[in-house]
Design a protein around this ligand. Structure first.
Ligand code: HEC
Length: 199
């Protein structure tokens, strides 16, 4: 008899507690409730955007000291995104990568992924976006008569002009600077030069 009562008391208390817990969760809609492992949210190390009294300007993220560069950063000659920059890059920018089978294969792989939707795998300007009429005015790289909108024949575009175009884009074509590293761009240039020779 006594044991029965005790069970009832336990069950009733549990029900009251559970109801209280459930309702307490409804109070504040913005509350995240009970947080498990709080120190996963607030790591011991400083977050870059956190105030920091160890530095004179009170910030954690500091400007790197002058004349330093992040590991792996490749500094390149800067030709501005202007007609003059394009012409100058066209003459002065030289591809330092050798024309090896491996560089060409990687260039082809990157070209197929990033450029062929418009330029076509053969570089004839007939990519699938062109066929779907999503974009027009994509020039062929090897048509003997096709001229660039910036002058000169497409098949005669120099390596530097192709590189400048990949880096900045031109009109309807966007920049590929954030998708392709300088080295990858030069591999693509090698491959585009092969397509320029295609019949
Ligand atoms: C969204 C479609 C599109 C993609 C993707 C694209 N292009 Fe273009 N590209 C164009 C169009 C359109 C033009 C013609 C722009 C103009 O001259 O007005 C062009 C022009 C060019 C030219 C000629 C530039 C000049 O000086 O006349 C080169 C070289 C070129 N693209 C290379 C590439 C390479 C390499 C890639 C990949 C990294 C690429 N394109 C990706 C649409 C594209």
């Amino acid at each position: 008899m006594l044991a029965m009562n005790r069970n009832k008391v336990v069950l009733t208390s549990f029900c009251i507690l559970a109801t209280a817990v459930i309702f307490s969760a409804c109070r504040d809609k913005r509350s995240t409730g009970l947080e498990y492992a709080r120190n996963m949210y607030d790591p011991i190390a400083y977050n870059p955007d956190q105030a920091n009294k160890n530095f004179a300007n009170g910030q954690t993220a500091q400007t790197p000291p002058k004349h330093t560069a992040p590991v792996g950063f490749v500094e390149e000659d800067v030709y501005p995104n202007t007609k003059e920059g394009y012409e100058e890059a066209g003459v002065k920018l030289i591809n330092s990568l050798p024309l090896t089978e491996q560089n060409l294969l990687q260039g082809q792989h990157l070209f197929n992924a990033f450029c062929s939707p418009c330029h076509g795998k053969e570089g004839d300007g007939q990519g699938h976006l062109v066929k779907l009429e999503k974009i027009n005015g994509v020039p062929s790289f090897h048509d003997p008569e096709k001229t660039s909108s910036r002058g000169g024949l497409m098949k005669d575009l120099s390596a530097g002009k192709i590189y400048h175009t990949i880096k900045y884009g031109v009109n309807m074509m966007g920049s590929y600077a954030s998708q392709l590293s300088p080295e990858e761009r030069w591999k693509v240039v090698l491959y585009v030069q092969q397509l320029q020779k295609a019949k």
